[in-house]
Ligand binder design. Structure first.
Ligand SMILES: *Cc1c(COP(=O)(O)O)cnc(C)c1O
Ligand SMILES: [Zn+2]
Length: 415
C-alpha cells in the first residue's frame, strides 16, 4: 500500500488530489507527490523492504500508488559496486559505483518510466508519450510495448543512431524533431494541450515520473547496510534526478531507516551544456539557458526545469557542480571501462570526469566515501567511440601473422 496522499505545490504548498496535474493553479509552481510519512513510520521497516521484490517496487509504500499492479520490466535494484581500482587511480579511499547501466533498457530512465506509466494506467490513460534526449524515449517505448499501449516519443532527429534504433524497435511512433531538446520540450508542452488523454511521462505525469529517482537513494542506503554515503556525484540534465535523490535520502532519514548524516550532493555536467554548474559557480540564482553542444546527448538540456532546485540542494548540503569537456568524457569512459569493467554511455564519462575534477578542486573529500551514479549503458552511445575503440591489429589467419602482431604490441593491463 502506498503512503502517497496526493500532490503538493513545491512553491506555495497548495495540495491537490492524485491526478494528472503538474502545475499549481495558484502560482504555476511545479507539483510533487506528498506522503503521509508519519503513518509510514514503523510500518515501512528494513525488514518489510528487504522482503520485497528485486526492483524499485520493493519501495512501493514510498512511491505513488501503481494501481492493481505496476508497469514493471524489472527496473532498479541495480548493483552498487565497490570500485577499488578506479578509486585508487582517482585517489578516493572508498569509491562506489551505482551501476544503472543494468536496467531493462540500459538506463536509469526505467525507474522513472515504471512509476510514471503505473500512475498513468491507474489514472485511466492508455497512450504513453514523452519529450526525450534519448533514453527516456527508449524506456517509454519499451514499457508501453510491454502493456500493449501505443507510444509517441519525441526526440531530436540527430540523436545517436543506437538510441534511435533502440527506441524504434519497440514499434511505437518516434518523431525526430529538427531541433534540440529544448525545442522538443516546447513542442510537447503544446501537444499536451492538444492530447490531454496522452500520458507524457515527463510533462503531465512529471510529478509521478520524478518520484522514480528517489529509489536510487533508497537502494544506495540499503546496499551500504542502511548507512548513508558521505558524498554522491549525480549526472544532471533537467535536474530532476538529483533533487529526488536528495528527497529519497531525507525520507529514509525521517523514517529512521538510515544511519549517518545527509550526503553531500555534487552535480556533473558537460562543459557544452552546463547551465546549472555555471550558475552555481557564479553564485547566481538564475539559470541562464544555453544552446547545448556536447557528445553527452542524454544530458543536453539547455533550459533545465529543475535547475533552481538543484542549486538549492547543492548550496544547502555544501556540495558543488563541475563541468567537463568532450575529451575528458571520452577519456573517462575508457578509464571506467579499463579499471572496473563497466561500459557506460557518455553520461557515465561525465560523472567520472566530474568526480576527478572535484577531487582535484578539493570540493570532494577523498577520505570520505563517494558514490558515483553511472546512469546509462555504453551501447547507447557507440557513435562516440566506434572510430577510436577498434581492433588492435588486423591480421591474416596464420600463426606467423598473429605472432608478428603480438610481438609489436606488448601486452599490458589497462591503465
Ligand atoms: C535523463 C538522464 C540523466 C539525468 O536526468 P535529469 O533530467 O537530470 O533527471 C542522467 N543520465 C542519463 C543517462 C539520462 O538519460
Ligand atoms: Zn503553488
Amino acid at each position: 500500500m502506498s503512503f502517497a496522499i496526493g500532490l503538493k505545490c513545491r512553491e506555495c504548498g497548495t495540495t491537490y488530489p492524485s491526478e494528472a496535474r503538474y502545475v499549481c493553479d495558484f502560482c504555476f509552481g511545479p507539483l510533487e507527490v506528498a506522503y503521509d510519512l508519519d503513518a509510514a513510520k514503523g510500518v515501512v521497516t528494513r525488514e518489510s523492504i528487504s522482503a520485497g521484490p528485486s526492483s524499485i517496487w520493493r519501495y512501493a509504500e514510498l512511491l505513488p500508488d501503481p494501481g492493481n499492479e505496476p508497469v514493471d520490466l524489472g527496473a532498479g535494484w541495480t548493483p552498487l559496486r565497490r570500485a577499488h581500482r578506479l578509486g585508487e587511480l582517482l585517489g578516493v579511499k572508498e569509491l562506489w559505483l551505482k551501476d544503472d547501466t543494468r536496467n531493462p533498457t540500459g538506463s536509469f530512465k526505467d525507474r522513472v518510466v515504471s512509476v510514471a506509466l503505473s500512475s498513468a494506467r491507474r489514472l485511466g490513460f492508455s497512450t504513453a508519450a514523452c519529450a526525450s534526449t534519448g533514453n527516456l524515449a527508449t524506456s517509454v517505448a519499451a514499457h508501453a510495448a510491454a502493456i500493449g499501449w501505443p507510444s509517441v516519443t519525441i526526440i531530436p532527429s540527430d540523436l545517436e543512431k543506437s538510441k534511435i534504433a533502440m527506441t524504434a524497435i519497440f514499434g511505437g511512433t518516434v518523431l525526430g524533431v529538427e531541433g534540440n531538446y529544448d525545442d522538443v520540450n516546447r513542442l510537447c508542452v503544446e501537444l499536451v494541450s492538444e492530447h490531454p488523454d496522452w500520458a507524457f511521462a515527463n510533462v503531465n505525469l512529471r510529478a509521478y515520473y520524478a518520484e522514480g529517482s528517489k529509489t536510487l537513494a533508497y537502494e544506495i542506503v540499503e546496499q551500504l547496510g542502511w548507512r548513508t554515503p558521505d558524498q554522491v556525484v549525480v549526472p544532471v540534465a533537467s535536474g530532476s534526478q538529483l533533487t529526488k535523490i536528495a528527497k529519497g535520502f531525507r525520507e529514509f532519514a525521517y523514517l529512521g531507516l538510515s544511519e549517518g548524516p545527509s550526503p553531500t550532493l555534487f552535480a556533473a555536467q558537460a562543459t557544452g551544456c552546463s547551465p546549472i554548474s555555471t550558475a552555481f559557480a557564479q553564485g547566481s540564482d538564475i539559470i541562464r539557458p544555453v544552446r547545448p553542444n556536447t557528445i553527452a546527448r542524454s544530458l543536453a538540456i539547455g533550459n533545465p526545469a529543475d535547475g533552481p532546485y538543484v542549486l538549492d540542494e547543492l548550496r544547502q548540503g555544501g556540495g558543488d557542480g563541475g563541468s567537463v569537456s568532450d575529451e575528458e568524457i571520452l577519456e573517462c569512459m575508457g578509464l571506467l571501462a579499463q579499471t572496473e569493467g563497466i561500459f557506460a554511455e557518455t553520461a557515465g564519462g561525465v560523472t567520472i570526469a566530474t568526480l576527478r575534477q572535484l577531487v582535484r578542486r578539493g570540493s570532494i573529500d577523498p577520505n570520505k566515501s563517494v558514490v558515483a551514479i553511472i546512469s546509462g549503458h555504453g551501447l547507447k552511445t557507440l557513435d562516440a567511440i566506434v572510430d577510436t575503440a577498434t581492433v588492435t591489429a588486423t591480421i591474416s589467419p596464420s600463426l606467423a601473422s598473429a605472432q608478428a602482431a603480438l610481438g609489436v604490441h606488448e601486452l599490458v593491463a589497462a591503465s
